[in-house]
Ligand binder design. Structure first.
Ligand SMILES: Cc1cc2nc3c(=O)[nH]c(=O)nc-3n(C[C@H](O)[C@H](O)[C@H](O)COP(=O)(O)OP(=O)(O)OC[C@H]3O[C@@H](n4cnc5c(N)ncnc54)[C@H](O)[C@@H]3O)c2cc1C
Length: 340
């Protein structure tokens, strides 16, 4: 039986470890955060939106996003109640300029534009000032914190609180590096931290039924409503590595959120957070064997804006690679060697 150590207990490391455990491997996960809250997953909204990347610019990535989206119903069912919600996403635009730029995106995603009044029929909490929208039925959501909690429970004592400084310290037959933005320091791979500020609001459940992906006076915001009344408001995207919430970042998110859904003004502001997306030069994850002489290091990192969506397919591909030495050819476009 293979002894596999997964470095990083974020959503990717845990999904890979749980899949390996199910398939009979002897797995250990190393992560310094005792409650596991160190990763990007802890702030992530949990949108499962395969149309988020341009299919034209990133055809390999679009195929991977769609394939993982197809695995989500089974993945969610295997985890239990993790807030998997298939009500869909309503994209909305406030001003004429917002409509003009959103319309390009709607055409690209082959979505039918809706009038402002039709948008409010679908989602009565949307402001009467919103001019138009479009409905993406296959853009779903799940709560990453609940996913991680279930996976942590499943792995139990196999999660060891430890920060790895050098992969040569890790005693195992195979090492899977799934350390998110921390992967660059361990492997030298080009993964950079891309800051995102996110807010959480809380109020009476039911103000919103769908995920809202909106533009308000040139400000982009998404609102992800959970069944218990939480609404996740995200997110800035900043090429900077600090962890500060800024007045400008919080203002832009709140202003856009309240312009689109005025009823949110009565919600409590419960969290103001920052996370770091593990970005790569081509926005695609890095999946596969590192070119080390022992051929024992496998990388599963760099999932950038889509790590929640990509968790099920990453788990499957990496477990196949670790246990059988090969995986579906869809993995080939994401090899660690592609940036040399
Ligand atoms: C603001 C924001 C919003 C997002 N929204 C979405 C969304 O709606 N949908 C979506 O699909 N994705 C979203 N994402 C992206 C998603 O969160 C990430 O792609 C995903 O979390 C990556 O998972 P990961 O496990 O690789 O990394 P992380 O979640 O960052 O976890 C990495 C783990 O590795 C550990 N680690 C780091 N260094 C070491 C080390 N040296 N030794 C041991 N352990 C280490 C850390 O403690 C951490 O637990 C969002 C991200 C951000 C920041």
């Amino acid at each position: 039986m293979s002894r596999v150590t997964v470095v990083g207990g974020g959503i990717i490391g845990l999904a890979v470890a749980a899949e390996l455990l199910d398939r009979g491997a002897d797995v250990t996960v190393l992560d310094p955060a005792p409650d596991g809250t160190g990763g990007a997953w802890h702030v992530a909204a949990g949108m499962l939106a395969p149309g988020g990347e341009s299919a034209f610019e990133y055809p390999h990535l679009t195929r991977l996003l769609e394939a993982s989206h197809g695995l989500w119903p089974e993945f969610a069912a295997s985890l239990g109640d993790i807030g998997y919600d298939t009500a869909g996403t309503l994209s909305v635009a406030l001003t004429a300029d917002d409509v003009a730029s959103a319309a390009r995106e709607w055409r690209h995603q082959k979505l039918t534009p809706l009038s402002g009044s039709r948008v409010r029929e679908l989602e009565p909490g949307i402001s009467p000032r919103v001019r138009a929208g479009a409905f993406a039925a296959d853009e779903h959501q799940a709560d990453p914190r609940r996913v991680v909690a279930v996976l942590r429970d499943r792995l139990g004592g196999r999660i060891v609180p430890r920060r790895v400084a050098d992969l040569s310290e890790v005693d195992a037959d195979v090492v899977v590096v799934a350390a998110g933005a921390g992967t660059a320091a361990l492997t030298g791979l080009p993964i950079r931290a891309v800051k995102g500020q996110v807010l959480r609001l809380r109020g009476e459940p039911g103000l919103l039924r769908h995920v809202i992906d909106g533009a308000a006076d040139g400000r982009h915001v998404y609102l992800v409503p959970r069944a218990d009344g939480e609404v996740v408001v995200g997110a800035t995207q900043e090429e900077i590595t600090d962890s500060r919430n800024t007045a400008g970042g919080v203002h832009d998110l709140l202003r856009a959120a309240l312009d689109l859904v005025p009823g949110l003004a009565e919600h409590e502001l419960t969290e103001v957070t920052v996370g770091h997306r593990p970005g790569t030069p081509d926005n695609g994850p890095i999946l596969g064997l590192l070119d080390d002489p022992a051929r024992r290091v496998v990388v599963a990192a760099g999932h950038f804006r889509n790590g929640i969506l990509l968790a099920p397919i990453t788990a499957r591909l990496i477990a196949d690679l670790v246990l059988t030495g090969s995986a579906d050819p869809i993995i080939d476009g994401f090899a660690p060697g592609r940036f040399r």
